[in-house]
Design a protein around this ligand. Structure first.
Ligand code: GLU
Length: 385
């Protein structure tokens, strides 16, 4: 019997574990109860060693389609949603039953995209999850697939888990799936593929290594895992990708088993900036001149004078992309004007705003506190304070 030590995970206080559908659900036999029990044992061990644990679990659709007797093959949107509705009950009950054997309560949280993307709702979701953790429960989180349609969904639980990780200021995100980590090339087709044990920064070279390795039961391949890594590490959360195909998959990581580790940004941005940088969808872009790009890199606010062009439709307070004169996104920010006003005042001096708009608005297009710049050349972002 091992003592209450979490080994390799001991430095990470708050941990999110993301579980892919193929680990939990067998196409023929349904829920893999023995596997889930072994995962719950690992969760209980982490709790005993003093960690907060959150679970982001897929599997609702995969379970529900079997329960509803749907045939193999691609599901229509409404069939997936019906499957999610039936499967989520079974999924939650399974977590409840296995965790309860350890005296741990589960709390079901179903999120839609707007719950992490709109600041007011985000703060609300965070307060609920925080309270569950304070009360010693394990939040079991999934996307609310029954109401989400393609325009308003995350679509994959890798990115959902990364958003949850940064929202809850987690120290580590564990992605468990049928993929055991990152390789320099697709291992199935390239005999020279090298296993990558450590990623210090998500460079274009790392991105290029992510072929698409999705399976039929789960949507997320390596591409969404790297995207999740970008969101997590920029928000100060380290990430690890490991296979969940064995029993006690988290214990294996604790014991130093095979995995790819992604280092968190050493200089985590503030929670507001994390939230801005991690937005999945923006409604528009501000195209900057070289002077503005330079000013932003030294911690200044974005003034209307430095904006050459405005594209898209957005409201005041929306997150917009900042694009430099080479067409590269250099960051994101909460814009102080809607798209029509921004178009009217771009290129102007702040003192000219009132004459054009008829009211004295903010002198900045985006205040420096509302800006999140992308790290340059693999370096960590420095705070613009
Ligand atoms: N939310 C989906 C489910 O529970 C899974 C999405 C994914 O596989 O990433 O079935």
């Amino acid at each position: 019997m091992k003592a209450a030590s979490s080994g390799r995970l001991s430095g990470y206080k708050r941990i999110v574990i993301k579980i892919g559908s193929s680990l939990l659900v067998d196409r023929k036999d349904g829920l893999k109860a023995q596997w889930l029990q072994s995962l719950s044992d690992d969760v209980a061990a982490l709790r005993l060693a003093g960690h907060d644990v959150l679970i982001v679990s897929s599997g609702a659709i995969a379970l529900g389609r079997g329960l509803l007797g749907l045939k193999p093959g691609v599901l229509k949107l409404e069939e997936s949603q019906a499957s999610a509705a039936a499967g989520q009950i079974a999924l939650s009950r399974a977590y409840h039953d296995t965790l309860e054997k350890h005296g741990i309560q589960a709390g079901q949280i179903l999120l839609t995209l707007s719950d992490t993307e709109e600041r007011r709702r985000y703060l609300n979701a965070r307060a609920t999850i925080d309270t569950l953790l304070k009360l010693g429960a394990v939040p079991i989180i999934n996307e609310n697939d029954t109401v989400a349609t393609s325009e308003i969904r995350y679509g994959d639980n890798d990115r959902l888990a990364a958003r949850v990780a940064t929202m809850m200021a987690c120290d580590l995100l564990i992605l468990l799936s049928d993929i055991d980590g990152l390789y320099s090339a697709p291992p199935a087709s390239d005999p020279d593929a090298r296993f990558i044990e450590q990623v210090d920064a998500i460079t274009p070279e790392i991105e290029a290594m992510a072929g698409d390795a999705g399976t039929e039961l789960s949507r997320g391949g390596m591409v969404t895992k790297i995207e999740a890594g970008r969101i997590a590490t920029a928000g100060g959360t380290a990430m690890v990708i490991a296979s969940g195909k064995t029993l006690n998959p988290v214990r294996r990581i604790m014991d130093g088993g095979k995995a790819t580790w992604f280092a968190a940004s050493g200089n985590p941005v503030t929670s507001r900036k994390k939230w801005i940088a991690g937005q999945l969808a923006t409604n528009g872009s501000l195209h900057l001149d070289a002077g503005a790009e330079k000013a932003l890199s030294t911690g200044k606010s974005l003034l209307p004078a430095g904006v050459r062009k405005v594209t898209g439709r957005f409201a005041r307070g929306d997150v917009v992309s900042l694009v430099n004169s080479d067409g590269i996104e250099i960051g994101r920010g909460l814009v102080a004007y809607d798209s029509e006003q921004a178009t009217a005042i771009c290129g102007l001096k702040s003192s000219e705003i009132e004459a054009v708009l008829g009211f004295a608005g903010r002198s900045e297009m985006i205040h420096r506190d509302d800006l999140a710049l992308r790290p340059k050349d693999g370096q960590n972002e420095t705070e613009a304070e």
